[in-house]
Ligand binder design. Structure first.
Ligand code: GTP
Ligand code: MG
Length: 246
């Protein structure tokens, strides 16, 4: 019999799952017993707009895009309690992890999930109408409790977006890393190799970083590109650093 490839996948336990206290159920469904996958990394994240935009870059411009950002940022479920806005981000590692975790999650739309795969996680979700200022329904928000990477390329992009290499034990990492030899700071939306008061240190010499992150930061500074073209790297280093603006 052909052996399944050991893969990593990113799972997000979304704010509606936290609000409805179904986290324990989701973790049980995702356990090694059901999916054959193990935890490789986990963190509680208050999602910034920058991180949300990067995560859902493929949906930019769609009618449900702004509602989707509000959803993953926790604004939809906790409009008044900013401190409760968070997701649980988890990297799972196991044979055929992508397909198995997607199967436990089920179809994107909770109505379809209930029709086609009763018992899957998303069968417990809700569909919320999105209205314009005049009260007309212009789209809908699919509150489907969980995110799971769909493909290998998506998993790589997403795991690198949410996790640094050191969030994952070395023997469970699957993407190339480097040891950085330079300083990279961010201040007022500009990248620099020099610290100034108020700068955020992204990378320092000796830090273990994703090789692709280092290449992107090097190329941005070499070509004097806007720091925003490195948001896919920067967003992760700002996670949980400061309270987010409302
Ligand atoms: P994720 O695991 O969350 O990435 O879901 P998915 O891979 O099943 O779907 P996809 O990546 O295409 O979409 C990401 C999220 O955008 C979904 O979970 C939905 O919340 C939302 N979404 C996607 N397609 C639609 C759509 O056609 N209409 C609406 N209203 N929302 C959508
Ligand atoms: Mg998806």
């Amino acid at each position: 019999m052909q052996q399944e490839k050991v893969e990593q996948t990113l799972v997000l336990i979304k704010p509606d799952a936290l609000k409805n206290s179904v986290t324990g159920f989701l973790l049980s469904q995702l356990s090694e017993y059901h999916t054959g996958s193990r935890f490789a990394g986990a963190k509680i994240v208050q999602v910034s707009r920058m991180l949300a935009e990067q995560h859902y870059a493929a949906h930019q411009g769609k009618p449900f895009y702004e509602a989707l950002l509000d959803y993953i940022m926790g604004r939809a479920h906790y409009p008044d309690d900013a401190w409760k806005r968070r997701v649980i981000a988890i990297v799972y590692l196991g044979p055929g992890a992508l397909k198995k975790v997607r199967s436990v999650a089920g179809p994107t739309d909770p109505h379809v999930a209930r029709d086609e795969q009763p018992g899957c996680i998303r069968a417990l979700g809700t569909v919320v109408p999105i209205k314009n200022a005049a009260g007309e329904v212009i789209s809908e928000r699919l509150d489907n409790l969980i995110h799971a990477s769909a493909t290998h390329d998506e998993a790589e992009r997403e795991i690198k977006l949410w996790f640094t290499p050191c969030d994952i034990p070395p023997l469970m990492r699957t993407y190339p890393t480097d040891v950085c030899e330079e300083h990279y700071y961010l201040k007022d939306g500009e990248l620099s190799d020099t610290y100034e008061p108020g700068s955020v240190c992204l990378f320092a010499p000796g830090d273990v970083v994703w090789s692709s992150d280092l290449e992107l930061l090097r190329s941005c500074t070499r070509n004097a590109q806007a720091a925003s073209s490195c948001d896919v790297v920067i967003a992760k280093y700002l996670i949980n650093r400061n309270p987010l603006d409302d």
